[in-house]
Structures are given as C-alpha cells and as structure tokens.
Design a protein around this ligand. Structure first.
Ligand SMILES: [Zn+2]
Length: 472
C-alpha cells in the first residue's frame, strides 16, 4: 500500500531583543557566565511582577506580517502550569486564548513543486532555563529563563521531510533579514508532529511528536526514521502505534519514547492576571508595518536585477547585518554589483586572514562607500583601495586621511613611472634576461618590483604597458 506522510511543526525562535520579555535582564546574546543575567523577577521570587517588553510585541507582529498572518488587535497572556527545576515560577507565561498572530501562509518550493503551508498561529512566550548535568551533580542556569520566544504553529500541511527543511530554511532567512532572530544553533527549535495514513485517506493516523530538534540535518533524518517506523507498524504490524512524545538520538539515528503526550488540560492553563491585555491600535500597527523589512523574495529579486550573482545573493539574504550594510552603501550612491564584490570578496578576505567571519565585519557605510567611490571615480587604483580598506577595517583609520597620508591619490606621471621602471630593470638583470629569453613568467617578478617601488600609486595597467614597451 502507498502511504502519505502528514507533518505539522511547532517552531520556537529566540528573539534578538536587548532585554528579556518581562524584566530588564539582558536578552539571549548577553550572558557570559551561568546566572549572569538573573533578577528577582526572572528567577521567580515571591511577589515579583512581570513588565511587558514592547519590542517583543513589535518583533512578533513583524514576524506575523512576514508570514502573511492576521494580527490580533487584542492579545493576552496565560499561565501554563508545570513543575520542572529549570522553571522557577512553576509556570510558563505564554499565550493560549488570544495569540498575537493567526491564519498565515508560507509558500515553500521543493523539487516536487510548490506547496502553501498554512500558519495556525504565532504566540509570544518566555523560554525556560537550562539544566547542566555533570557527573552526579545537576546545575541550573537561569540566563535563558524569560528570554522572549515566538512559537510558530503550522497546520498539518507538510507531506515530506524536504518540505519541512525548505520551510525552516525560509523562516531562517526571513527572520535574519528582518532582524527578528539570528536563528543560530539552538535559537530555533522545533517540535515535529508526525503521522502516516494510506494515500487518499482523509483521516489522520496516530500522531507522535519528536521534541526539541535544532539542526536541519537531524530534523530530516528524524522524520525519515519516524515515517518508516509508522509505515512498518501499519503495513507489517511490527508494533502498536501510540500517541506519545519521542526524542531523536543523533548517534543511533532512531527515535525513542519519552512520555505519553500531555493534553492541554494537563497544564491547567489560566489567564495571567499580572499582565494587562495588549491592545494594538491602528497607529502602532502602521508604525510596525512601515518599519517592516522588505520580504526576502522581493529583496533577492532586487539584488538579481542589480546584477548580483546567485551565490552572492545567498550570502546576503542569510545575513541581515551584511545586507543592510550593502543597502546603506548603495543608498550612498555606490554601484550595487561593485559594492557586493567589495563586501563579499575583499572585506571577507581581509577578515578571513585574521580568522574572522563576515558577520564580524565592523565598518561604517560612510567609510566603505568612500573607499568604493575613490576607486570607481579613478582617484586611486583598486590595489590602493584594498590597502585603504585593510587600514579602515583593522586600524579603524579615516579612509581619506589614510589616502592623503600615504599619497595614494598622487597622480604619477609617465616620466616618474619610466624612471622607476629603468631603476627596476637595472636592478633585476637576471629576471630581465629570463624574460627576453622567452620566460613569460619572469615579467610578473619585474612588474611586482615596479609596483612595490611605486607603493601602489599609478594605474597598474598603464605601468604594465610601459614596462613591456621598455623591455622590447
Ligand atoms: Zn530578570
């Protein structure tokens, strides 16, 4: 018999806010040592009161707009009660009755074609802390307690692991480009609800949930394993399927039962009386809409039109900071394709030498645009431009001052270049003899010596032509 896979996802994303969701402790990128970012509120001391972080609402609404959701104008918080050592209040503040966004849609593309994934809802909630087990001791770290999350719940619309991976990759790009979350390892976690039914059937099969998955590779493996387990159970009656929560073990590539699945009633949800309902009026919604970043697909199209390559677009779309730098430099009047090459090839190369990544780039759009324009306008040659760029990135110098100080913009006349060439030819008799004897490679050494002598001044193409003339 042929079977159909049915998958729904719950995706938790840690938001990039300065502070936690209900107190002023630093957000998820702040902590250095365990329990660095903890206060009476987020450690659940008696009498503590939560205060809503406005930015969390704005980022959740922005995510909703990107996922084509309806934005609730009235949204409230609820307490989800359970006991666990990483949850100091013994309840999690989340949204059950009036989530902030509902009824969205995310189109995904795979090799099998396009499918629309319906979003049931997005809700805001606080993260729990973290338990660290060492030998016979267990430690609790509250740095992550009350870090803001959004949970994105889809309808059971996925039919393959490939669609799940395509959806999550798209979410990552969108959230990065929108400044919502960097979605680094662990900041985006999924619960996967999975069932299998005979093809053509309308009824759902027995559903299992695989908890807390982070890497896309593991997600794909887990879905393939679990789907096969369900199909074997249906086809060969290898085991009886029960509704339960399972965990995926990366080493064995298998899933294991954790516990029977809880139902909503198990959590004794009730409205959180400490937090007022949030009303999102027209004015506020318009404000958030106007700050909403351009959708990823539109942005990629704009880059494509400007002549930026697919490979470069992929690097840009996945990196909010870098794509913003490019947009700023373009806004300052630089050519888009040219600027993309300066950032993705030259800047990246300079950082790589120091073992750094493009995301570590620290340069202002003003400084970068000055370097690009000086070269584009022919004021300095590209090699000199690269020198300036290195000095700006590594030593934080002012590009114009650096150019003046090192006389990189000095117009070198042909007489001066010829004098240098004469000097270099005289000093490199062996290389000159090699070149004249037919060794083309020797030219590069002589040319390099000229460039070194001229300290990057002058147009390399002109220098090379003059040198070849002389050698004749
Ligand atoms: Zn706190």
């Amino acid at each position: 018999m042929n079977y159909e896979l049915v998958i729904g996802l719950e995706t938790h994303v840690e938001l990039d806010t300065q502070s936690k969701i209900f107190c002023s402790c630093g957000g998820h990128s702040s902590p250095k040592e365990p329990n660095d970012c903890v206060c009476p509120a987020c450690s659940g001391m008696p009498g503590m009161l939560p205060v809503m972080n406005k930015r969390v609402v704005e980022l959740a609404v922005t995510a909703g707009l990107m996922l084509n959701c309806e934005i609730s104008r009235y949204t409230t918080f609820d307490k989800k009660n359970y006991y666990y050592p990483d949850l100091p209040c013994a309840y999690q503040i989340t949204q059950l009755n009036h989530p902030i966004c509902t009824n969205g849609l995310v189109p995904v593309k795979t090799s099998q074609g396009k499918r629309d994934i319906r979003i049931k809802q997005i809700h805001m909630e606080e993260d729990a802390g973290k338990l660290v087990h060492e030998g016979k001791f267990s430690f609790v770290d509250f740095n992550r307690t009350s870090v803001p999350l959004i949970e994105i719940v889809t309808q059971p619309d996925f039919r393959s692991a490939e669609e799940v991976v395509a959806y999550l990759s798209k979410l990552k790009s969108m959230f990065r480009s929108g400044g919502i979350s960097e979605c680094e390892e662990g900041a985006m976690r999924c619960d996967i609800n999975i069932s299998v039914r005979p093809e053509g059937s309308e009824e759902y099969g027995v559903r299992t949930e695989i908890k807390n998955m982070s890497s896309l590779e593991a997600i794909e493996k887990a879905i393939r394993y679990e789907a096969q387990r369900h199909m074997d159970a249906l086809e060969f009656e290898t085991e009886e399927l029960v509704q339960e929560t399972r965990r995926f073990d990366d080493v064995s590539g298998k899933t294991f039962a954790m516990r029977n699945k809880e139902t909503e009633a198990d959590y004794r949800y009730f409205p959180d009386a400490n937090l007022m309902p949030i009303i999102i009026d027209d004015e506020w919604l318009e404000q958030i809409k106007s700050a909403k970043p351009v959708a990823v697909d539109e942005k990629a199209d704009a880059y494509r039109e400007a002549g930026i390559s697919e490979k470069e677009i992929e690097m840009l779309i996945g990196n909010f900071k870098i794509s913003k730098l490019l947009d700023d430099v373009i806004a300052l009047g630089c050519n888009a394709k040219d600027s993309a090459a300066w950032i993705l090839t030259d800047c990246a190369g300079i950082l790589r030498k120091d073992g750094l990544l493009l995301s570590d780039l620290e340069i202002t759009p003003d400084a970068l645009s000055l370097v690009i324009k000086q070269v584009a306008d022919g004021k300095i040659n590209r090699g000199a431009g690269k020198k300036v760029l290195i000095a700006v990135i590594e030593d934080k110098v002012d590009p114009m001052e650096f150019i003046k100080k090192n006389a990189l913009d000095a117009k070198v006349d042909e007489g001066a270049i010829n004098a240098v060439i004469d000097k270099v030819i005289a000093a490199n008799a062996a290389a000159v003899a090699d070149y004249k004897g037919g060794k083309e490679k020797a030219l590069q050494a002589i040319f390099g010596a000229c460039m070194k002598e001229l300290k990057g001044a002058g147009d390399p193409a002109v220098i090379r032509t003059l040198l070849i003339e002389k050698l004749k």
